[in-house]
Design a protein around this ligand. Structure first.
Ligand code: FES
Length: 332
């Protein structure tokens, strides 16, 4: 998840499955208009958990706000994490807090890294980033270069001044990086970029919703297979799904069965019955609440699972997804 989704939500209390780390802000750097990077370290200097390109963390701010940010950098010993935060004009508090109040020396909490935007092995990648959506792609292009894959990154933004890390990318990777500041060159030429696909190419895209919709449309029109396209979304999309009906949810490991009403999420219904699960965005975009399905068919409404995972129906996001049928059994 890049820059940040301002999706409201907070990790539930008593979260049994995810570690929380106290970290201290050791550096703030202005990277572009309204974009600040934040370096975080453990107070005792101990290493943080390892992560792979595409991973994000929950940042738990002292004002009770939780936001997800892509990890953009760590030294080899994982003694720090770096994230980048765009100050959203319509901030619901998270990005504004980071820009206005967060200062070096301040302590905050972090969740463990999660990754639902992993870089699958491939000989060839096409990376498309829009605005702060560049953040998860930063570690991906480094990994692609290290793997000696062929790759190109097309990075769009309002203007060069607003495009964080643009000059560093060009300096490090030369012609593999193409910048598309809209005020000078117009929008990303998606029709041209997606027109032809080599069979071995994977597409990774992160940015605002209109960009992702346009990429999806163009890629489908050009015949890209669904499994070759990977999106990281800031905010939930609207999915076609079945009706909201009451469903009986069995939490097999907890030995609990609860009838979840049509206007209640499965996650909330389980919490009401005393089953505490990890959660963060509560909007189907972060993957924190992922649960294994033991029986029943999920009605997926999230933006995390791949088409293949949705079809398999082995896991689901109970913060938004429901069931096709009257009963579903989860391994929680
Ligand atoms: S809490 Fe984020 S996907 Fe469910």
């Amino acid at each position: 998840m890049s820059g940040a989704s301002d999706v409201p939500g907070a990790r539930g209390p008593g979260d049994p499955r995810e570690a929380i780390f106290e970290v201290v802000v050791t550096q703030l750097t202005y990277e572009a208009d309204a974009v600040v990077s934040v370096r975080l370290e453990r107070p005792d200097g101990a290493p943080l958990p390892a992560w792979e390109p595409g991973a994000h963390v929950d940042l738990l701010l002292p004002v009770g706000i939780t936001r997800q940010y892509s990890l953009i950098e760590s030294p080899p010993d994982f003694s720090s994490y770096t994230i980048a935060v765009l100050q959203q004009p319509n901030s619901r508090g998270g990005s504004e807090y980071v820009h206005v109040f967060l200062r070096p020396g301040q302590r905050v909490a972090l969740g463990a890294p999660r990754n639902h935007f992993a870089l699958d092995p491939a000989p060839h990648y096409l990376f498309l980033g829009g605005g702060i959506g560049i953040t998860p792609l930063l570690s991906m292009v480094r990994a692609a270069a290290l793997r000696r894959a062929r790759w190109s990154l097309h990075y769009g933004g309002r203007s060069v001044r607003s495009m964080a890390f643009a000059q560093e990318l060009v300096a490090a990777h030369g012609d593999a990086v193409r910048l598309w500041p809209a005020d000078e060159r117009g929008p990303l030429p998606l029709g041209e970029l997606l027109r032809e696909r080599a069979d071995d190419t994977l597409l990774y895209c992160c940015g605002p919703a209109p960009l992702l919709s346009a990429v999806q449309e163009q890629a489908e029109r050009a015949g890209w297979p669904r499994e070759a396209i990977h999106f990281e979304r800031f905010a939930p999309t609207v999915h076609a799904h079945g009706p909201d009906l009451p469903v009986t949810v069995v939490a097999r490991r907890s030995g609990v069965e609860v009838l979840v009403e049509e206007d209640e999420s499965l996650l909330d219904g389980l919490a009401r019955a005393g089953v505490s699960m990890a959660s963060s965005c509560r909007a189907g975009v972060c993957g924190a609440c992922q649960a294994t399905v033991l029986d029943g068919v999920p009605d997926h409404r999230d933006d995390v699972l791949t088409p293949a995972q949705r079809e398999a129906g082995d896991v689901m996001m109970p913060c938004v997804s429901r069931a096709r049928g009257e009963r579903i059994v989860l391994d929680v």
